[in-house]
Write a protein that binds this ligand. Sequence first.
Ligand code: ADP
Length: 246
Amino acid sequence: AAENLRRTERIQALGELTGGVAHEFNNLLMVIRANAEMVLAHAGGEAAAHAAEIVQAVDRGRNLTDGLLSFARRQPLNPVRVPLDAAVEDIQRLAAPLLGVAVEIAAPPILAGAAVMADRTQLQNALLNLLINARDAMPDGGRITITAGPGPEPGQCHIAVADTGTGMSPAILEKACEPFFTTKDQGKGTGLGLSMVAGFARQSGGDFLLASRPGAGTTATIRLRGTSGDGPPGAAADADGAGKED
Ligand code: ADP
């Protein structure tokens, strides 16, 4: 337990440091981008081509700093009542074009009325991270199954993303949720995906579980507080059309 606490503290400290650096870095990137765009607008030929390269590199850099900022949780969470069936439908639609034809995505029917209290956007981001990891683990194609519903504990709901991919060795599984741990090629992985998912789950009053078997696949489960009512006052104001009851 003491070991776990030290680890949590270390990760928190790292988060604060990272957030600060990412913020400053973002500002610098904006200055670089604005100047490169000026060059792009006024110069022609080879200089313009180089300026365009700079703009592109800056945009890649901003992807990274955005990831760092959400890892460090500079954005506050806005928990609302999110019906699980709508959340899963949304993410299926959103992710479909990213996943590729060889990856089949299935979601068995979800108990109508099951809902969690969570920040809707952050939940979608978390699920997107899990789907991208699942796809990356299945270079030769496979099946992703999204399940969601009440439990396992009373008052809880879960959303699980299971894949039929490579799975993880025990050594990788142990490190997978650490910030900056990645086994992906440079430029492909930041190692922040799962640490963001775990951070989001914890900050929402839930947790995140990862189960994996080498050669068989991986199941990633987000557990959140369930809600049967309409959520706290004000939650109903977040009507962006994603929550539909049937
Ligand atoms: P990234 O995806 O940028 O590498 P993550 O934190 O999302 O960062 O994942 C860390 C590592 O955990 C991955 O590089 C990979 O080795 C492993 N991993 C995550 N999800 C899966 C999965 N579904 N199947 C196999 N390995 C996974």
